[in-house]
Design a binder for this molecule. Sequence first.
Ligand SMILES: NC(=O)C1=CN([C@@H]2O[C@H](COP(=O)(O)OP(=O)(O)OC[C@H]3O[C@@H](n4cnc5c(N)ncnc54)[C@H](O)[C@@H]3O)[C@@H](O)[C@H]2O)C=CC1
Ligand SMILES: O=C([O-])CC(=O)C(=O)O
Length: 326
Amino acid sequence: MKAPVRVAVTGAAGQISYSLLFRIASGDMLGKDQPVILQLLEIEPAMNALKGVIMELDDCAFPLLHGVVASHDPMVAFKDADIALLVGARPRSKGMERKDLLESNGAIFTGQGKALAAVANKNVKVLVVGNPANTNALILSKNAPGLNPKNITSMMRLDHNRAMTQLANKVGAHSTDVKDVVAWGNHSSTQYPDIFNATVKGKKASELVDENWLVNDFIPTVQKRGAAIIEARGLSSAASAANAAIDHIRSWVLGTAEGEVVTMGVPSDGSYGIPEGVMFGYPCTCKNGEYTVVQGFEINEFSRKYIDITYKELCEERDSIKHLLG
Ligand SMILES: NC(=O)C1=CN([C@@H]2O[C@H](COP(=O)(O)OP(=O)(O)OC[C@H]3O[C@@H](n4cnc5c(N)ncnc54)[C@H](O)[C@@H]3O)[C@@H](O)[C@H]2O)C=CC1
Ligand SMILES: O=C([O-])CC(=O)C(=O)O
């Protein structure tokens, strides 16, 4: 029997967590042979709601769930955490851009960065989900001395998964037939879902679709999918966001399949002309618990323009929260 892995989840009484916790406890994230201890953080007013969620976790009698800790103190919830899923933050409502949340959410990640650095496992793998995820992850990273900045990532996997299905549907294929899409840049309406390196059943995707569809349908559909869900549901995406978080961590910890490329928001390192200093959606592969940014993807003139726009937005977001960067 493997030793349990400690998984901290913030915003544990919120709607994403309601889809996320049960899947982590059932082994979807770390494998069907990996026990877990859930360490749940909420704000004080939500502790009663969290109690109800924990009652439900108990009622599942999950074989892999070896303990639940609940606290409103990050120093308790993050203690010895091996993995931290930072979901707790306000969601946007209709008419807002995700960056409009920076003012209310950004400060959450200064305190949580400090607490993680103080008490979590030094190799803790962090995924920031709370929006605006990339810039919140940057704030966290700058406030977490002693943690490896490479281990602080932001969620672009939902965008990646959205792009796969949109492309598959267009050409009459299944998402599993699609390889090598990338959601470059920011988890925002400037992100660039790119199919120029992608294949569908081994055929170049760019030869199966035309530029008009890319510009007027595919790219805006993926960019604005979150807003379309808010419009339809009255609430932002939750189950699909939880699913993407599971996918992100599973790939990172257990590795990507042979030939599989996934998008992760990771610290920019100069790859593809993006200078250091932002969290950027890059194509990645994962092995032995580490991710590597895939090099050598073709960036044509069309793609360059979109990539530069999303990079510029990330710089603007960073400039607007300079005071939170430690
Ligand atoms: N990166 C991505 O792809 C996606 C990100 N999101 C973002 O995820 C975040 C959470 O979304 P939902 O679960 O729908 O929101 P929600 O409002 O249902 O839940 C958020 C929970 O976080 C808690 N919370 C607030 N401040 C906290 C703090 N300082 N520490 C711990 N918990 C705290 C709240 O009490 C609440 O229970 C939002 O910012 C949303 O925009 C949502 C979908 C996709
Ligand atoms: O759109 C939102 O605000 C929630 C989110 O990040 C998404 O669904 O991609």
